[in-house]
Design a protein around this ligand. Sequence first.
Ligand SMILES: [Ca+2]
Length: 159
Amino acid sequence: MYSSYGSSTNFVPGECNSGVCFNGGQCRGGYSQSCSCPPGFQGPRCQYDVNECGINNGGCERECCNSIGSFKCKCPQGFELAADGRRCTDIDECRDHNGGCQHKCLNTDGGFSCECPKGQRLHADGRTCIDTEPLNGYTRVNSSSLEAVVSFKCLLMTY
Ligand SMILES: [Ca+2]
């Protein structure tokens, strides 16, 4: 007895034995028992994933992540995927709540920074402004950029 593969409910079996085509492939029937594969799958039985990222980086501007039967473009931190799903555009962090900056927020390509008025400098938190003159008994806090370098990992699905 044959078992039916695949979870597609609109699977229309041709004149093939059931279970010939995988991943939603449609059986063409006949002697060849070959399959018409949906986008993202290939092979005589649609059993292989298409690595869309292998061709022209999947059309992605930055990172392309292949997955089983599909793929996705991804953007590094500070960028978001554009409406076309391919390009990466800068996120204007200053748009919301002044980027968390106490004084001035400066949007940059892929990041942002806070600025303080004259006589003040940026605290180590990268957002708060503190007086330039150090208080007695306190050492200056080394102010550094808040820009956290987070390595962007592409989660690759394997099987
Ligand atoms: Ca930005």
